[in-house]
Design a protein around this ligand. Sequence first.
Ligand code: DAH
Length: 343
Amino acid sequence: MKQNVVGELEQLRASARERVDAAGDQRALEDLRVGLLGKKGELTGVLRQLGSLPAAERAAAGAAANQLKDEIFGWIAERQAALEAKRHTALGDTEWVDMTFVPNPVRRGHLHPLTLILREVKAIFSRLGYEVALGPEVEDEVHNFEALNIPAEHPARDTMDSFYVDADQLLLRTHTSPVQIRYMQSHKPPIRIIAPGAVYRRDATDPSHGSQFYQFEGLVVDHDIRLSDLKGTIEYFARSLFGPDRRIRIVGDHFPFTEPSIGAAVSCGLCGGAGCRSCKAGWLEILGAGMVHPQVLRNGGIDPDHYAGFAFGAGLDRLAMLKYNVSDIRLFLEPDVRFLRQF
Ligand code: DAH
């Protein structure tokens, strides 16, 4: 019996050494460790037989088994270190990184120039306490024309004639001015809003006209509102947007919904007002404006004997063209990255 156990241990020593040295990777080595030394492992199996040995022999066989156990641990650790070293040496071939490689750079997008301008306009007017109001792009004739003093036979209606969508009753709004009416009808003074958005006209397309473009409307209604308030507002707006050196020119104009009506221009930033190719004798027109016509206030449900107001309307595309020196309004609606990337 004793011979048996010692013989088995000797056999196990030889085969274990061989198998540990042959293990090709960490995984195989771990399987081997469990197979040899684990609870159901080969050495454990031999150890279990010790109980049936006579006491005198048990001690010697036990010591031999424990020694073998230590030896196997040692071989496994050795083999593990060898495998690890081999893997490290191989890393240079299997996991190298080309430090000179330049991947395709990720191009970051950015905001459209009209969005940039709109954000700036909103920021300027919010500093003056204005809120942003919106109205529908599909309008009825009352809000787009009649309530703004533009009756059916009014000549303004010719040029402003638009895209009708429903039996001559609904149309794509030709300006943002109808938001004035809608806002007055649903709010009491004091009113202080800008109303930006898309507008549509049946204009032939050219470098300064498109059938779709953007405007923003301004409306202030309160007690004691005067033309000088309007002028100061325009001045503050133009200098905030175009720079502190710009001068403002106010000229008489005509709009059916304002009385008196004015047009505002800023001095040209390129020639400083002397006159050059990109301006009209030194001036760039930026908006139409005026004191809100009493009848328009009435149409909005506001008593012109107690309140007065001013309004203004500007083309966002035009402001963007002036600020960024864009020569063709059509570029804003064309998805041409060569243009868009410049902002
Ligand atoms: N609605 C006008 C247009 O589309 C612009 C405008 C002029 C708006 C004078 C106003 C204003 O509010 O007072 O051409």
